[in-house]
Design a protein around this ligand. Structure first.
Ligand code: NAD
Length: 499
């Protein structure tokens, strides 16, 4: 059984006085134990980051650029190993895991342009003899607290830009799948980053609370569920830190009557059931407008029948298990609740999960589930289910669809499927959601833009990665300099001398 500890100052650490279990979700067997840091262990990680901070902030742009290019190479060389570590503890299928690693690497590629990204402004002679220029400086020590569902990509959303900007970093990954982020830490060191620049401390609420109150932590990036995001934002800012906290989601895909129904059905299936629905950008509600509802629901149902549910390591698998037994049971409870509330179970994943899987009932599997005739008062609609459950809400008009999406407390992602440019324009302009797709079901912004939702999906005013990441991980200083005019220079500049 493996024991997963911390990585502090470039060395392994971890007393293992307190541990948490790590499972293979495909079999349900315990495969390891993760160290859960106490306050002293968190303090040691922050101290290592603080010690490294001054030297790292003063490291030249060209050296930092070299190291980011080296990190890009090392990550590229280890795509498969990272993806396998990810599948083993998260459960997502290998292709999804490789996709996650690829999206993480894109953030390193963006950060490789730090020379351009960190340029400040300059104004010459704002008054006689006075020039003004802007310095963009790092904050110091940044803590990154990340969720279970993207244990490689989300740390890279944060760390690539934080390090590029000259900060040092303490990562507190999810305790449920800690091996991949631990491996990521080792690869950062393999790339040549100095000890202490990137640290990993594993743990639970004890570690999070210590990071939120530690006087040497300057900023906190958090990604996770909405209640914890709100708590992290309120606690971190109360302790004087800069905080961005991304929360949960309930993403709607609006399908208008003129949409390409095949495209919409394909998109709904991949966006609802990919990674077993454990994605903050997963589509969990299809809003079918008017006559499109029947053919769309039939199309989704047909496609579900072909979906291969199997352990993520199986090359044929299209959907793996959920992260824990408790979570699987919670999601199954939502399916039962929807039926009790009067919705129609078109496909009940509780029925076919184990039979399809053929690997006994040890794994945390739930088959793809399609619930029709859902209404907004039902719990399956109101709650973030975070599993392979797609609800269909039928409405009569475009306006009904828009009003439904805008009434939802979350505002992470949404999509509209239509062939009509005017409808697409009106939807993108009026919807109160941070990331919008037009005939694109999961509109995750490319790394040169920034990722973030609105309303209860984000606490703070900065989105993560891209330009807003650079903004979040730096502060600007404006310097006004007065130098005597060239005429009074002691160097002979060819002017007539006063003396
Ligand atoms: P989570 O909120 O349970 O955990 C996230 C982090 O917070 C983990 O590191 C965990 O150890 C820590 N944590 C958990 N409980 C805590 C507590 N009581 N006090 C302090 N820290 C605590 O989230 P999760 O289950 O790991 O991830 C799934 C959630 O993350 C979903 O809600 C999903 O929508 C969300 N998510 C959002 C985004 C986004 O970009 N908006 C991206 C990925 C995941």
């Amino acid at each position: 059984m493996q024991r997963i500890g911390h990585l502090v100052g470039g060395a392994s650490a971890g007393s293992f006085d307190r541990v948490g279990p790590v499972f293979d979700p495909a079999t349900g067997t315990k495969t390891g134990e993760v160290a859960l840091a106490d306050i002293a262990e968190v303090d040691a990680a922050v101290a290592a980051a603080r010690t490294a901070a001054t030297g790292w902030a003063r490291t030249s742009l060209s050296r930092r650029t070299d190291l980011l290019f080296a990190l890009r190479r090392v990550l590229d060389d280890n795509r498969d190993e990272l993806a396998r570590a990810l599948t083993a503890e998260h459960g997502k299928v290998h292709a999804d895991a490789l996709g996650e690693v690829a999206r993480g690497i894109e953030n390193v590629e963006f950060a490789c342009g730090l020379g351009n990204l960190l340029k400040g402004g300059m104004s010459s002679r704002v008054s006689s003899q006075v020039d003004v220029h802007e310095l963009r400086q790092p904050l110091g020590v940044v803590a990154g607290i990340t969720p279970f569902n993207f244990p490689v990509m989300v740390p890279l959303w944060m760390a690539a830009n934080a390090l590029a900007c000259g900060n040092t970093f303490v990562l507190k990954p999810s305790e449920r799948d800690p091996s991949a982020p631990r491996l990521l830490g080792e690869l950062v060191h393999e790339a040549g980053f100095p000890p202490g620049v990137f640290n990993v401390v594993n743990g639970d609420k004890v570690a999070v609370d210590r990071l939120l109150e530690h006087p040497d932590v300057d900023a906190v990036s958090f990604v996770g569920s909405t209640p914890i995001a709100r708590y992290v934002y309120e606690t971190g800012t109360a302790h004087g830190k800069r905080v961005q906290a991304l929360g949960g989601a309930k993403n709607h895909m609006v399908v208008l009557p003129d949409a390409d129904v095949d495209l919409a059905a394909d998109s709904a299936v991949s966006a609802a059931y990919g990674s077993a629905g454990e994605r903050c950008m997963a589509i969990s509600v299809v809003v079918a407008v008017g006559d499109v509802a029947d053919p769309l629901v039939e199309g989704i149902e047909e496609r579900i029948a072909d979906l291969v549910v199997a352990p993520g390591s199986d090359p044929d698998a299209e959907m793996g298990p959920l992260i824990t037994r408790e979570h699987r049971d919670r999601v199954a409870g939502h399916v039962a609740g929807a039926a009790d509330a009067g919705a129609t179970l078109r496909v009940d994943g509780r029925d076919h999960a184990v039979a399809d899987v053929g690997h006994g009932d040890g794994g945390f599997f739930l088959g793809a589930t399609l619930v029709d005739h859902v209404t907004p008062d039902m719990e399956v609609y109101r709650e973030e289910v975070f599993g392979p459950v797609l609800s269909v809400v039928r409405v009569d008009t475009f306006d009904d669809a828009l009003a439904l999406v805008n009434a939802n407390p979350y505002g992470n992602g949404t999509a509209v499927f239509t062939r009509d440019g005017g409808a697409a324009r009106r939807y993108t302009e009026e919807v109160e959601v941070g990331m919008v797709g037009v005939n694109v079901p999961i509109p995750v912004p490319a790394s040169m833009y920034s990722f973030g939702g609105w309303k209860d999906s984000l606490f703070g005013d900065s989105h993560v990665y891209g330009p807003e990441g650079i903004h979040f991980y730096t502060r600007t200083k404006v310097v006004s300099s007065r130098w005597p005019s060239p005429e009074s220079s002691t160097v002979d500049l060819g002017f007539p001398r006063n003396d």
